[in-house]
Every structure is written in C-alpha cells, then in structure tokens.
Design a protein around this ligand. Structure first.
Ligand code: GLY
Length: 370
C-alpha cells in the first residue's frame, strides 16, 4: 500500500492507494479517528457496483450509515440535488457529529464534498474516488463545487477531506474511453511537473485498447500514487490558489472548458477537451513561453498514443468556443491568466495571451497534426 501525506497543518490528511482498498475504508476511517454516523453519497452508476463493499467495510468497523443516491451525470451537480440530499440526510438522523463518504467520480466528489462543507456549517468527509480523474486529481485538494446556470463550479468551497481512499481496481469497470479521458489529467501532471511520466503513459496507452486487465492493474497503484504526489505538493504550496502555483493545474483547461461549454453536455468528455486544451496551450507556449517544438511534440505524442482528441471536431464553432472561454472564471478582472510551458515540467502563469491568441490557438486545433 502507498500512502501520500497532504501536509496542510491542522487540515492535513492521508491518501491511501491500494488495490482492494475499498474493502478497508472502515478500517482507515477508524485509524484516522473519524467518528459518528456515515452518510454515503454516491450516484446511480457507482451504487450498484461498489456501495455494498463500502457498506460492509463500514459495518466491519462498527459504523452506522445511511445511503444517498442521485442520478449519475454532471446535470445532477446542482443546488437542487444538494437540497434533496441534505433533506435525506436530515431525515436519516444526521447531525453535526456525522461524516460524509463520497463514493464515485468527480461529480460525486465535488457535490458530496460541497454538502460536507455546508451541512451543519461543515462536517468531515472521506473521498473514495472510483474514476481515473477523481483518483489522480479531484479527490485531493479540497475543491468542492456545484454548477449553476451561469457556469460550472461557480458555487463551492475549499473543504479538505479527512481521508482519501483510492482503490485502482475500481477502474476495471470503466470503459476504455472513460479510462483514456482520465489519463489526460496525468498527461497534464507530466507536462507541468514530471516529464519522465510521459514515457510511462505512452507505454500504458497500448494496454487500454483492451480495457485495463488485472495485470495492468498491478502497475496502476504506483502510477496513481505518483500523480497524487504531484497534486499533493502543489496543494501544499498553494492550498487556495492564491499564489499562482495551484493555477498550474489549469494547464490545458482554459480553452478546454470553452470547447466543453460550446457543445451539448456529454458530447466530449472532460479529459477529451483537456487534451484539445493542452494542444492549444502548447501552441501558445511556443509563441509566448519557451517550450521547444521537440518538447511540445513529446506531449502531443503521448496524447495521440492515448487516442485522446487533438483536432477540433469540424462542427465546433470557434466563435462560440471563444465566447465561452471568455466567461471562464480563470479570467481575473479582465486580464487572462493563462498557463504556459517554458519547457517540459516548467509552467508559468502568463498575462500575455490575448483574445486574438486564443482565437488563433482554436484555429490551430483545426489543422491536422503532422
Ligand atoms: N483540479 C484543479 C485543482 O484542484 O486545483
């Protein structure tokens, strides 16, 4: 088993990564002195797959629990669902001595974490992430949020979990497409912090063709742990994204979010738009940052090996994607804070990128990669 410490003073916590760890959530909770009754929040996809094992592990450790399930999908990540779940929790007898267990992918973690941050003005929570993106990125760092009509993640709070338990075997039930999209966040981590990981990802790419097998899964805890280490060190340096360091994690996300918002929900997966956003950011990095074409190609080769999209689908309207990018919350008081690379593993937060640059980057995405 690997354990990553996230050192944040009194908000410090541990992330445990282990094949089969789902059956030990109760044990880890007890060891971390988490007490009270558990409110398990999960979605309609994950519940039938993994809730029973989680419940068994909590019962083994003599925790009382209640189970709260919402319809899977980003469209549920809103204040209406929050109110429904909170009402259910009250009806199930939870008070300020309870804790939340978020079982699922990014949507579950974001929304269950948000509920934990506001329920009785804040109660502890455990993240049990079951997607690649949630295991290597969103379950660590305490960002919680829901979407509103004006945009994604616009209402939320920083609320660190008390514990994260990541079981890579839960990834076995993901489709190859969903597996691949989650790996875009690993490419991001490699690009901003650990270029050596690009080769590992290129090697792994072949194995996803058939979906992850149990043999592949043997190697996953190490890779996932490596990614969590990267995320943890960044969060420790800049917990609330005020120092410009945590913002490096937005590499590839600014234009990615614009593209995501310009197509009907679900047409492109989050990691797929991040992949497009990374290519756009690399293009801008060759203009305003110091990255070489050779270095940039190394990242593009990895995205391609993972069969992630690097060319903008023909029906996407560049003006719409641009307008959606302009409303992205990463624009602070009119000036764009854009993450560029000066080299592999060497990010910077730049204010030099203009609206015309963004348009050119989107146009660049329509050209085939040679
Ligand atoms: N996923 C970006 C962050 O946690 O800051």
């Amino acid at each position: 088993m690997a354990t990553v410490n996230v050192a944040l003073g009194e908000r410090s916590y541990q992330v445990h990564v282990e094949n089969g760890a789902l059956d030990r959530v109760g044990y880890f909770a007890e060891r971390n002195r988490i007490s009270g009754k558990a409110a398990i929040i999960t979605d309609s996809n994950v519940c039938p797959l993994y809730a029973e094992r989680l419940i068994q592990s909590l019962q083994d450790a003599e925790y009382e629990y209640s189970l709260h399930v919402f319809d899977a999908g980003e469209q549920s990540k809103n204040l209406h669902t929050v109110e429904e779940l909170v009402n259910e929790m009250v009806a199930a007898g939870h008070d300020r001595s309870s804790f939340v267990v978020a079982l699922g992918g990014g949507v579950v973690g974001d929304m269950a974490g948000f509920i934990a941050s506001i329920y009785y003005r804040g109660i502890p929570f455990i993240q049990v992430p079951t997607s690649v993106m949630a295991q290597v990125d969103s379950s660590v760092g305490g960002k919680t949020a829901v979407d509103i009509a004006a945009g994604k993640n616009l209402i939320g709070a920083f609320h660190q979990p008390k514990l994260v338990v990541a079981d890579p075997t839960t990834l076995l039930t993901l489709s190859p497409r969903v597996m691949r999209e989650g790996m875009a966040e690993m490419v991001k981590h490699a690009a901003i912090s650990k270029p050596k990981m690009l080769q590992t990802l290129q090697r792994l790419a072949d194995e996803i063709d058939l979906g992850f097998s149990l043999t592949t899964i043997d190697h996953l805890p190490e890779l996932i742990t490596e990614n969590i280490e990267i995320k943890a060190r960044i969060v420790e340096t800049d917990e609330k994204e005020t120092q410009g360091v945590r913002a490096f994690l937005n590499f590839g996300h600014t234009l990615g979010h614009g593209i995501e918002a310009s197509v009907p929900y679900g047409e492109l997966l989050h990691g797929e738009v991040v992949s497009l956003g990374i290519r756009a950011a690399l293009y801008l990095s060759t203009i305003h940052g110091g990255i070489t074409e050779k270095e940039s190609n190394e990242i593009l080769r990895t995205l391609k090996a993972l069969e992630l999209p690097i060319e903008l689908p023909a029906h996407i309207n560049i003006e719409t994607a641009l307008a959606k990018t302009a409303t992205d919350k990463k624009f602070s008081s009119g000036s764009i804070r854009f993450v560029l690379l000066n080299g592999l593993g060497s990010p910077e937060l730049s204010t030099q990128v203009t609206a015309q640059d963004l348009k050119n980057a989107l146009i660049h995405l329509t050209t085939p990669l040679n």
